[in-house]
Design a protein around this ligand. Structure first.
Ligand code: NAD
Ligand code: UFG
Length: 343
């Protein structure tokens, strides 16, 4: 058995997939989640998939006392920190909630880690920290700027991690900057389960395909891209999960601390909204009705990663195609039209 990892937000979309990948790689995991955007059913499904009960603690990252109890009763090699709120529109309406949860919560977690001398930290950052990129593909040295409270909260945590690395050189702090995670576990048992009408493209397309929503609105067809629609770097969530395993393996190999080390997790390839709609339609055999509407405020034309740093440092690269992403999303959506709400 390898090292023990605390996975905050492990009941969520990316967390569940990463828990499975960590278990398969031999890590012992403890999930800590307040279930504010997830359900116990997700935990049950992870347990069923890995064939053993998973250690789950219902708790909030802002609750220092509860975190201390967790660190007292376990000896962790490190923390993968997924816990956070992620809806851009909601963050504009409720900035204090987002800063409190995402920034204060992370500070509390880091303080407790420091108390227990756990210094390996992998953080869910986002390509959103690059704002509207000047140069494509985007590498990790690109300038950073954000326009909404969600993005600001990710950038604020990155700045805190940079300062922490300077203050105490024993920290290993890896913000993984995700591009656009999509897809689901190939079993069809776990996947993305938005609470309400989805904000993001892939879950919206899949809910149209399954008949839950009448049609997709495509936000803008006059961008300077291949077909006028937005271009993004979609990455299969199981590839993304493997990226976290690779980051931990990397930390285990180090003889000296790495400090602050941001790494992109993307495929390096851009796909347009219309290309994704067409691929999903082919895979599912469903027509996806759509209409073009105005651009969505705050959206950018194109965003895709340079994936070189992850390949060189972590020995990781995404393997799965857009077809795989659509197939697995469709499998999950058609097997679970109501997500984890099984009643
Ligand atoms: P998710 O909402 O499915 O998972 C987040 C989990 O954190 C949920 O289970 C939620 O209940 C939990 N959580 C939230 N606040 C908490 C708190 N205060 N204490 C304990 N648990 C808490 O989101 P996801 O898509 O799995 O994203 C995981 C992380 O990756 C988030 O930090 C998100 O901002 C980041 N990220 C996501 C995307 C994306 O497109 N999905 C892109 C870039 C970055
Ligand atoms: N889009 C539509 N119709 C929809 C939803 C999206 O046309 O109903 C378009 C958008 O305009 C954009 C593309 O599809 O061109 C992708 O949009 P998403 O909302 O799926 O993803 P974003 O790139 O806007 O943002 C996502 C996450 C952010 C994260 C960012 C970078 O929502 O939190 O990726 O990782 F910061």
């Amino acid at each position: 058995m390898k090292n023990k990892i605390l996975v905050t937000g492990g009941a969520g979309y990316i967390g569940t997939h990463t828990c499975i990948a960590l278990h398969e790689a031999g890590y012992e995991i403890v999930v800590y989640d307040n279930l504010s955007n997830s359900s116990r059913e997700a935990i049950n499904r992870i347990s069923a998939l890995i064939g053993q009960p998973i250690e789950f603690i219902e708790g909030d990252i802002r609750d220092a006392e509860m975190l201390r109890q967790v660190f007292l009763s376990h000896h962790f090699f490190g923390v993968i920190h997924f816990a956070g709120l992620k809806a851009v529109g909601e963050s504009v309406a409720k900035p204090l909630l987002y800063y409190n949860n995402n920034v204060s919560g992370t500070i509390t977690l880091l303080e407790v880690m420091a108390e227990y001398d756990v210094k390996n930290f992998v953080f869910s950052s986002s390509a959103t920290v690059y704002g509207d990129p000047e140069i494509l593909p985007i590498d990790e040295s690109s300038s950073r700027s954000c326009t909404n409270p969600y993005g600001q909260s990710k950038l604020a945590v990155e700045h805190i991690l940079e300062d922490l690395a300077v203050s105490d050189t024993r920290w290993n702090l890896i913000p993984l900057r995700y591009f656009n995670p999509v897809g689901a576990h190939p079993s069809g048992q776990i996947g993305e389960d938005p609470n309400d009408i989805p904000n993001n493209l892939m879950p919206y397309i899949s809910q149209v395909a399954v008949g839950k929503l009448p049609k997709l609105s495509i936000f803008g067809n006059d961008y300077p891209t291949i077909d006028g629609t937005g271009v993004r770097d979609f990455i299969h969530v199981t590839d993304l999960a493997q990226g976290h395993v690779a980051a931990l393996n990397y930390l285990e190999r180090q003889v000296a601390p790495v400090g602050f080390l941001p790494i992109n997790l993307g495929t390096g390839k851009g796909t347009s909204v219309l290309e994704l709609v067409s691929a999903f339609s082919d895979v599912s055999g469903q027509t996806i009705p759509y209409q073009f509407t105005d651009r969505r405020a705050g959206d950018i034309a194109s965003c895709y990663s340079s994936a070189d740093k992850a390949k060189v440092l972590l020995g990781w690269q995404a393997k799965l195609s857009i077809t795989d992403m659509c197939q697995d999303t469709w499998h999950w959506q058609s097997m679970n039209p109501n997500g984890y709400n099984v009643t």
